[in-house]
Design a binder for this molecule. Structure first.
Ligand SMILES: Nc1ncnc2c1ncn2[C@@H]1O[C@H](COP(=O)(O)OP(=O)(O)OP(=O)(O)O)[C@@H](O)[C@H]1O
Ligand SMILES: [Mg+2]
Length: 235
């Protein structure tokens, strides 16, 4: 499949933030268009504050865009910029995952339960969900002795890999990743890179922000450059 037949097509995406106490409007992103196909990794690149995280959050619908369309292919296609909350939750459950910068999880849940949760939400049987969660944790180098322990006690890098395992376990059609390797050492980052390559090879589409330009050079099939903060995107 080519970008002529994208899984996700973003057009004219704009989002700004109003700081009421200062009566100020801050541009998050202005007029951005790009698309990503299945089996393709698209990297978002730009200065700090240029809106990379904002774009990912608009696609996940953490933020509701002010303008533009975010068309997810399907029968019928869904516009994530304007669809209702039920549609957003269904897409998140079945088709879309987000590796955020930090893991937010229920305090006393074990790492295994945290990673298995998205599969259980999809209706996968408990034993199969746990088996897949174990495989995913192993793939990302989390030692077995930690699987039954709540991630709250983990190191930053271990916790981030649990976060990544949870996003990958359900093999999402579309994966959003915001600096997924930022807190990892070289060995752990290499495991994550391998996992992202595997997802892409299996036909997944990925939209990612990497702090390391070498990762962009190695992994990206397409690069979307965001202009400096406050500058509209070229038409
Ligand atoms: N919830 C929010 N409330 C107010 N302003 C916000 C909010 N989220 C983002 N912004 C502003 O939008 C702009 C873009 O922020 P964003 O986090 O998307 O940038 P970024 O490109 O991800 O930067 P970085 O590389 O530092 O992570 C910034 O000026 C930021 O302050
Ligand atoms: Mg960011």
């Amino acid at each position: 499949m080519t970008t002529a037949d994208p899984l996700l097509a973003v057009s004219g995406l704009s989002k700004s933030f109003v700081l009421h106490h200062q009566a100020k409007r801050i541009a998050g992103v202005h007029g951005l268009s790009f698309s990503v196909a299945r089996g393709q990794l698209c990297a978002l690149v730009g200065a700090s504050g240029s809106g990379k995280s904002t774009v990912l959050k608009c696609i996940y619908r953490t933020y509701r865009p002010a303008a533009g369309r975010i068309l997810l292919a399907g029968e019928p296609p869904i516009d994530l910029a304007s669809c209702d909350e039920h549609a957003v939750l269904a897409v998140r459950r079945h088709r879309l995952s987000f590796i955020t910068q930090f893991l937010h999880c229920v305090p006393r849940q074990s790492a295994l339960e945290v990673v298995a949760a998205p599969l259980l939400a999809r209706g996968v049987a408990r034993e199969e969900a746990r088996a897949r969660a174990r495989r995913q944790l192993a793939e990302l180098g989390i030692p077995e002795r930690l699987w039954d322990v709540p991630p709250a006690t983990f190191s930053g890098g271990e916790r981030q890999r649990v976060n990544i395992a949870r996003a990958l376990v359900a093999e999402p059609e579309l994966l959003l990743a915001d600096e997924p390797t930022a807190s990892l050492d070289a060995d752990a980052a290499a495991l994550v890179e391998r996992a992202l390559r595997a997802r892409r090879a299996a036909g997944g589409a990925i939209i990612a922000v990497f702090h390391d330009p070498a990762l962009v050079a190695r992994l990206a099939d397409a690069v979307v450059h965001l202009p400096a903060p406050g500058v509209p995107c070229a038409a």
